[in-house]
Design a protein around this ligand. Structure first.
Ligand SMILES: Nc1ncnc2c1ncn2[C@@H]1O[C@H](COP(=O)(O)OP(=O)(O)OP(=O)(O)O)[C@@H](O)[C@H]1O
Ligand SMILES: [Mg+2]
Length: 452
């Protein structure tokens, strides 16, 4: 339902006429006498619809439209224009305006436009196809062609609008960060900070200060005050990427910070209040992680108010080609090369492959092809697909008397060898985190802990 409407027009008579008409239709109206004031009001309050004059002194209707799209992407915008500026109004529709009215218009015309907008916003709420189109138009870098991805994208706008924490799971490379970024973009927090913490990449000793910040002198080496990621994300969104890699003792602190929405910087007793929406990702099986006590159950339920699970690329083959074409366009543009099509053989090869590294692997392969090849089409031979990432040899018979520890070491080292020392693939095959693999190898005296 459209209830709250912002009306922006520099002519007082026009402003009052619109306001009176809308009030008679039972709407709550806020007035702005120019574009600048309208944008300020959009930042302060939320509205269901903006009705703005196209030409105003200073910022005009197009600026209001752009501001509305960043501040509240779901809000509908109607522009009012004199007959002479219809072309600009049509242009504005292409930029995402919902409709336009030609001045002068009657109360009836305004009522009809409002009914149309009501219908559109009702459909937007109910019709998943429109929601999907809407989400994709706001996130042009997101490709979704298969039924499961379309469903996820259609749900995104709904999920994004709520303030609920979202837990995104899926195999490595399935697009968890892309989805997290889309949620932020489609949410009401879109103009605010989007802060990401890669929990797997931060050395364990630094995680706490990275999250909560520290005061100068809080520990040896703390030469200056540091603002933590939680604080930076105030009013915005905080993405806890690979959240299962947070050590257990810190999970308790994180839980407290989330529950109470406050924390202290290291070396300080002053509580800091934050209002951040949390998105978390993990490529682990969460039930297993909880059962094996790697991840706290209570923290999981805090973060997992809305679950989003991304299927692997092999589970949604209809996405392979649209994604491949998307990456060709992207990398050709980046490398200043003309866009080239795939041959039928290349398409067959892409569809037959099992994509253990999911969308990331596909992106890497297309980038390599675009950069290295100078042919006018992309043929099967130009696609350097990796050999199947399966162990190439069995581990052999096991002598009785081998301890579990020795067996684990042998499995890890042999898998590493079979994967050509590629630690990411090894960790993925063993279904352990890269951090765990690194620690194990360190324990065995293989490579340095930093060598990742
Ligand atoms: N639906 C999609 N549309 C367009 N690009 C995508 C999509 N999904 C993933 N990508 C691209 O694939 C790559 C991997 O995506 P992303 O980093 O989001 O995956 P991830 O699930 O976070 O992986 P990991 O678990 O390894 O961190 C990125 O380059 C991203 O832009
Ligand atoms: Mg990721």
């Amino acid at each position: 339902m459209i209830e709250k409407i912002l009306v922006a027009d520099d002519e007082p008579l026009m402003r009052n006429f619109i306001a009176e008409t809308l009030k008679r239709l039972g709407k709550e109206v806020t007035l702005a006498c120019d574009g600048n004031e309208a944008i300020r009001k959009l930042e302060e309050e939320s509205f269901d619809l903006v009705l703005s004059d196209l030409k105003m002194p200073g910022k005009g209707g197009l600026d209001v439209l752009k501001a509305a799209q960043t501040i509240a992407p779901q809000m509908l915008v109607i522009l009012a224009t004199a007959y002479g500026s219809i072309e600009t109004a049509v242009e504005a529709m292409k930029l995402g305006a919902h409709n336009f009215l030609i001045k002068p218009f009657s109360p009836d015309a305004l009522e009809t436009a409002l009914q149309k907008a009501e219908e559109h916003s009702r459909l937007l709420k109910e019709n998943s196809f429109l929601r999907e189109e809407h989400a994709l138009s706001k996130c042009p870098e997101l490709v979704a062609n298969s039924a499961p991805m379309k469903k996820i994208v259609a749900d995104l706008a709904k999920i994004a609008k709520s303030q609920a924490n979202v837990f995104i799971t899926g195999e490595s490379g399935t697009g968890k960060e892309v989805i997290a970024a889309a949620i932020h973009r489609l949410s009401t927090r879109t103009g605010q900070p989007f802060i990401k913490v890669n929990c797997a990449a931060i050395p364990e000793a630094l995680i706490e200060s990275e999250f909560f910040g520290h005061e100068r002198g809080a520990f040896t080496g703390a030469l200056a005050r540091k603002i933590g990621r939680f604080e930076l994300a105030d009013k915005g969104t905080l993405l806890l990427d690979e959240v299962t890699e947070i050590p257990l003792n810190l999970q308790a602190k994180l839980l407290r910070a989330i529950q109470e929405q406050e924390f202290e910087r290291l070396g300080s007793t002053r509580s800091i209040k934050v209002n951040a929406r949390l998105l978390a990702t993990s490529n682990r099986n969460m039930l297993e992680a909880i059962e094996s006590k790697v991840f706290r159950e209570d923290l999981y339920y805090r973060l997992n108010v809305v679950p989003v699970h991304l299927p692997s690329l092999r589970q949604r083959p209809e996405d392979i080609l649209p994604l491949a074409e998307h990456f060709v366009r992207k990398f050709c543009a980046e490398n200043h090369k003309p866009i080239k099509p795939f041959t039928d053989r290349a398409i067959q090869k892409l569809l037959a492959y099992h994509w253990p590294g999911n969308v990331r692997e596909l992106a890497n392969i297309i980038e390599r092809t675009v950069v290295l090849d100078f042919h006018s089409t992309i043929d099967a031979d130009h696609l350097y697909l990796d050999a199947p990432a399966l162990p190439t040899k069995p581990i052999g018979s096991l002598p009785i008397g081998l301890t579990l520890h020795q067996l684990e070491k042998r499995l890890i080292l042999e898998t590493l060898e079979a994967q050509g020392q590629n630690r990411t693939k090894t960790a993925s095959l063993l279904d352990i985190s890269i951090r765990t693999l690194r620690n194990k190898l360190h324990e065995y005296g293989v490579g340095s802990a930093e060598e990742m």
